[in-house]
Design a protein around this ligand. Sequence first.
Ligand code: GDP
Ligand code: IMO
Ligand code: MG
Length: 429
Amino acid sequence: MKIDVILGLQWGDEGKGKIVDYLATKYDMVARFQGGPNAGHTLKFDGKKYVLHTIPSGIFREDLMNLIGNGVVIDPITLEKEIKNLEAADVKYHDRLLVAKKAHLILPTHRYLDAASEAAKGKDKIGSTLKGIGPTYMDKTGRNGLRVGDIYHESFHERYDALKAKHLELLKIYPSIEFNLEEEEEKWFNSLATLRSLKAVDGEWYINKAIKEGKRVLAEGAQGSMLDIDFGTYPFVTSSNTITAGVCTGLGVAPQLIDQVIGITKAYCTRVGGGPFPTELHGEVGEKLRKEGAEFGATTGRPRRCGWIDLPQLKYTIMINGVTQLVITKIDILNIFDSIKAGVKYQREDGSETDMLPYDVVVEDLKPIWEDIEGWGSSLEGIDTYEDLPAKAQDFISYLEKKLEVPITMISTGPERQELILRTADLAV
Ligand code: GDP
Ligand code: IMO
Ligand code: MG
């Protein structure tokens, strides 16, 4: 068996949680391969809403394993909160949640370093979620980090103290920020008990054995491809590889084991935090999208910046990821518009036009060149087949498919689990 991948093609919040939760029953395991508590994946079913940050979005489905892979960075305090939420919802997670021993730990001081680094950047701040993601990945690549497997070792406390001391020294070079380390440390060490109660595994061995035995595995991405550390709008990115390549390093699987790459995009576009966003709308239309789409961050509650769909941006991330099928989410948010736009090219500062994202996307002011698409102007509620969609909504899907040259296999028409139109019978669960 091979492994399928679900990931975001924009700047995050494309609806990954909903789609992973829907498809999970087709699989034996869901594995998160990167990111950490900067992610907020929302699931809605039976009228209830759940937000997951570290735990894979397959956890609410019975009979399947969920692995937090080695590429993920874990804050034990957040993980403990998520687990308490599962307990409150009476979810039997214990035998179905595994943690890779090689996953790195977010220390309280990593969060302080994140805040201090952002404060030092002033108006150029990235808009980090302040969860300690950047500093933790820096310690990973700097070969100083602490990993889940280390918490079982006698020297753990000593190594923690050494890393903390280093962080406190580093904090001196930044603008001062307020923190209460003693209190946070106590919480952190207490929360390790919950982490210890989970089964820690050699994730790479576990997953490869499962694949060899014919088990079906779904890799769940966090953030979006435009936030990828290498290919995103650097430096306004996160600190991990959010793209398909991240599956190999974040789980320990070889590239030839990857089968379907399911890329998710909203029917429009959003971004939280700073950085370029060529199709962003600042006026009334952007506000309408935010209001109708309830575009406020699932992790930080910040309002998301909104704009029309950006086709050159999507073509770029489809290429980088090797996307084999597309999912369009939140198409219902466009019900209220008589006319919809899609960015089809960029006009550069020198007047030339391009459909390739230029290197200088951060410094150059790219103006989108739009195409108009007629809206359908009616509710999509209760529609569960493609044929029953209004003709103009079908035209919009065909338009996107033609431009992006990848089949659109799923169309999400609402936040609830079942509000999904499948275009191929083999996706039915
Ligand atoms: P993720 O980070 O990619 O999992 O996405 P988030 O959970 O951060 O944000 C997506 C938001 O859109 C959540 O509030 C979802 O409940 C909601 N959502 C997902 N799909 C749809 C859809 O098709 N229509 C509507 N109206 N909401 C959706
Ligand atoms: P999900 O998985 C949207 C953004 C932050 C900031 C930048 C860097 O829910 O799609 P970081 O905390 O990683 O150092 O922040 O990345 N960001 C996200 N935006 N969805 C996410 O995750 C995000 N995770 C990080 O807003 O601009
Ligand atoms: Mg999110």
